[in-house]
Design a protein around this ligand. Structure first.
Ligand code: HPA
Ligand code: ZN
Length: 340
């Protein structure tokens, strides 16, 4: 591994764009299927992994929703989240803000409380054992109706003290942010910060809608901003964080090759870019794998890698005291790496 890739791996970081359902590795999927006597559509782990060959976002989502069918109990959600947190710890993540999609589970009859209960139990354990702080973001599925999202918000009411923010994910094209105007306004009135996937496959106008209509504090993905000079200037001016997911973008053919990724150009244009794993079980790696791939393909410098790590802390919802602690830890690791 290059020196700079080693620095990237060693740096304390936060992950801000992670779907907990997207951390389901094939081995765990088969273990859970066996636990519940459920049959998966693939004969074994190898066959399932071989199916991870996507042409676009929708081809991935079809498999991702099929995989989630083995998640049934509080313990399943605990096991899933704990397995992710072991990777987070190994990658020197000090803070994670994770999405969960309640509609994927409640539609199948899984209790809302079991989903969030299992996720939270693992998070609290990682906080105790490893000092990893966390936030939990409830995401609405944009291929479903706004009425569905409103019903989900109602269902979430007894658990709102466990929910730190709201997101919007799933099939982007044809489902613009403006479809969710009313439900996002209600969430903001409840005091919840909101984010939305925008500009992954969708056009720059979807990013503008997320900013202007949904009033998001961050944009998830946002890579298609590069197509609009006016939007690039605005994002740089307002320092709106973008949670970019490089391996995801290549796996879902937003770019044909990592060398085509615009992340470095976006950084150079002054955008507040972060690196995240999105659905690491499906896209070939966790946060450090994403950093290593970008260092290799784009030739990121040590300063750029440090900037990305700092951005991940600054773009988080942490209070300023803990942010300062984590930023100081980044400075320490960088100083050590330089041999000072
Ligand atoms: N985009 C949209 N929806 C998703 C994604 C994504 O990258 N991952 C999981 N759900
Ligand atoms: Zn995502």
């Amino acid at each position: 591994m290059s020196n700079i890739a080693a620095l990237a791996c060693a740096l304390p970081k936060a992950e801000l764009h992670l779907h907990i359902e997207g951390t389901l590795e094939p081995e765990l999927a088969f273990r859970l299927a066996e636990r519940h006597g459920v049959k998966l559509a693939w004969p074994n782990v190898e066959a399932l992994r071989a199916a991870y060959d996507f042409s676009d976002l929708q081809s991935f989502l079809d498999l991702y929703y099929a995989g989630a069918s083995v998640l049934l109990t509080e313990t399943d959600f605990y096991d899933l989240t704990w397995a992710y947190l072991e990777h987070a710890h190994a990658d020197n993540l000090r803070h994670v803000e994770i999405f969960f999609d309640p509609q994927t589970h409640t539609e199948r009859g899984v209790a809302f409380g079991d989903v969030i209960g299992g996720i939270r139990r693992a998070m609290l354990q990682a906080e105790r054992e490893w000092g990893i702080s966390f936030r939990i973001i409830m995401s609405f599925l944009r291929h479903l109706s706004e009425a569905d999202a409103l019903a989900t918000l109602e269902e979430a009411k007894p658990f709102l003290h466990r929910i730190d923010g709201i997101g919007l994910d799933s099939s982007e094209m044809g489902h613009p942010p403006s479809k969710f105007t009313r439900v996002f306004a209600l969430c903001r009135e409840l005091g919840l910060p909101v984010v939305a996937h925008a500009g992954e496959e969708g056009p720059p106008a979807y990013i503008e809608e997320a900013l202007d209509i949904l009033q998001v504090t961050r944009i998830d993905h946002g890579v298609r901003a590069i197509e609009s000079e006016a939007l690039m200037a605005r994002l740089a001016q307002e320092q709106t964080p973008l949670t970019v997911c490089p391996l995801s973008n290549v796996k879902l053919k937003v770019y044909q090759d990592m060398r085509e990724h615009k992340l470095r150009e976006m950084l150079a244009r002054g955008l507040k870019v972060t690196i995240n794993s999105d659905d690491p079980a499906y896209f070939g790696g966790y946060v450090n794998d994403n950093f290593v791939a970008c260092v290799g393909a784009l030739g990121l410098t040590a300063q750029e890698v440090v900037k990305l790590a700092r951005n991940s802390i600054e773009a988080s919802w942490l209070d300023s005291a803990r942010r300062d602690v984590l930023l100081a830890e980044i400075d320490d690791v960088y100083r050590d790496w330089r041999g000072e």
